[in-house]
Design a protein around this ligand. Structure first.
Ligand SMILES: O=C(O)[C@H](CS(=O)(=O)O)OP(=O)(O)O
Ligand SMILES: [Mg+2]
Length: 233
């Protein structure tokens, strides 16, 4: 597999297959939202768009990063999401890095949004598809965020070699600046368990695919091919 690892600003052409990685915390949070029952997640371009969508659909739940703000129902924290029932709900998510990265590749033919909690499922989708060229969008710190690079390299390795071990990649992510800032309370809208939850390998059995639906970028959980299917593809 020909894997490229690019920051959001380095995307000069539309990739065919894109894996957008945000470990801390957008795509850990997105996976938790599905785990808590959400039907879909609309990735908003701006806080204003998120609030406009929420006003148009009062039953939707709006989520932003940073501190809680009027009009928003939730913040970008897996630890805080654990106690919220989202059964059947649509979530509108806007964050600093993750949602921006997914929207930057919205024209790609396949967009997967990933983090460690869906790492193996994501790799299995890539393996089953037999994608030659995959662009990993490293959303944090202009493409240099250690937690996102570690996860991207792990998924790329695992997509090629199913036996790739996660330990060293998880260690790198755990030593990242983002992990330290979350643990030290530098970032806002944080639960004490957030770092541990972001480093939980394969907590969820699904991958997450984003695609345009009537001009909105919509993220949904997607089924992962079984090992038998992988062999036959
Ligand atoms: O919520 C997060 O962890 C970050 C925002 S900040 O760096 O904490 O301000 O957003 P994300 O898009 O999930 O990286
Ligand atoms: Mg991040």
């Amino acid at each position: 597999m020909d894997a490229r690892f690019l920051g959001i600003a380095d995307l000069v052409e539309v990739p065919s297959v894109a894996v957008v990685v945000d470990v801390m915390r957008a795509f850990t949070v997105a996976a938790w939202a599905f785990g808590q029952g959400a039907e879909k997640i609309v990735l908003a371009e701006s806080l204003d768009e998120a609030l406009t969508l929420k006003a148009r659909h009062p039953d939707w739940a709006a989520l932003k990063d940073g501190p809680a703000e009027p009009g928003f129902d939730m913040v970008n924290s897996p630890g805080l999401l654990q106690s919220i029932d989202l059964g059947g709900r649509t979530v509108v998510q806007k964050t600093t890095a993750g949602t921006v990265g997914a929207l930057a590749v919205k024209e790609a033919s396949l967009v997967l949004c990933a983090s460690f909690v869906v790492a193996d499922a994501t790799a299995r989708v890539l393996r089953a598809r037999g994608s030659d060229g995959v662009t990993f969008v490293v959303t944090g710190e202009d493409g240099q965020a250690d937690e996102d690079l570690a996860c991207a390299h792990y998924i790329a390795g695992r997509a090629t070699e199913a036996g790739t071990d996660a330990a060293a990649f998880l260690r790198r992510a755990g030593a990242s600046r983002a992990a330290a800032e979350l643990a030290e309370g530098v970032r806002q809208g944080v639960h004490p368990d957030d770092v541990a939850l972001c480093l939980e390998l394969d907590r969820f059995p699904f991958a997450m695919r984003a695609a345009l639906e009537e001009s909105l970028m919509v993220l949904r959980p997607c089924a992962v091919p079984s090992l038998t299917d992988e062999v036959s593809i």
